[in-house]
Design a protein around this ligand. Structure first.
Ligand SMILES: [Zn+2]
Length: 215
């Protein structure tokens, strides 16, 4: 009885009907901004860098790059780490090295060839990358034009997505990987997405092939 009294001792019982109140706002009403502020004030680990999304390409495209950067794609090495039995851990594109995200997208000679061609096409210096994060950062200083930087970022995201798609076709459908085919696909698919999603109606295929992006 004493415990109950202690519990309810400070409580004020009015005559009106009861209601819920959010105690972190003075007016008692709950909103998302309020809980966000509350959570933000609690100690937590802030990631060193955050992934930059790009609305000129579909979400599914950027998600591959996002997972690649965290080594969260189901590559052969990732599957072995999860105790899944597979025949070998070799990259299907070159056949020489262990297949990790970093290998497929950065160090594999196949990827190197793709990046070299992308650099030539987009008029940027040769791409030197040590990790997926370097690929995702290189648009930042590539041009003074914001639209050009964003278009280059879109091209990088589409390239990573296309390389992963090509890798899957080689693994699951035994398709012979071809640099020319993947480059043609990157150029064409990225053009359609960027043109339609950026609302740059004046962007012609000829402009795109010379990487002349207005603005
Ligand atoms: Zn390889």
């Amino acid at each position: 009885m004493q415990q109950i009294r202690d519990l309810v001792g400070d409580m004020y019982m009015g005559s009106g009907t009861g209601c819920w109140a959010w105690k972190y706002e003075s007016n008692g009403s709950f909103n998302v901004a309020s809980i966000k502020k509350l959570l933000g004030s609690v100690d937590r680990v802030i990631p060193e860098r955050s992934f930059e999304w790009n609305n000129w390409v579909p979400k599914k495209v950027a998600i591959v790059a996002w997972r690649a950067e965290m080594e969260r794609l189901p590559t052969k090495c990732a599957l072995i780490r999860r105790n899944i039995t597979i025949h070998d851990n070799l990259c299907v594109l070159c056949g020489d090295f262990a297949e990790t995200s970093e290998h497929i997208f950065v160090t594999c000679q196949f990827a190197q060839m793709v990046w070299q061609n992308i650099a030539d096409w987009c008029n940027i210096p040769p791409i030197i990358a040590f990790g997926v994060n370097d690929l995702l950062d290189l648009h930042g200083a590539a041009s003074r034009s914001r639209k050009k930087r964003k278009a280059l970022h879109a091209v990088i995201l589409v390239s990573i997505w296309s390389l992963w798609k090509l890798r899957n076709e080689a693994v699951f459908r035994q398709v012979n990987p071809s640099t020319t085919k993947v480059l043609d696909e990157i150029k064409a698919v990225a053009y359609l997405w960027v043109k339609n999603r950026s609302k740059m109606v004046a962007l012609t295929w000829e402009n795109w092939c010379r990487f002349e992006i207005g603005g």
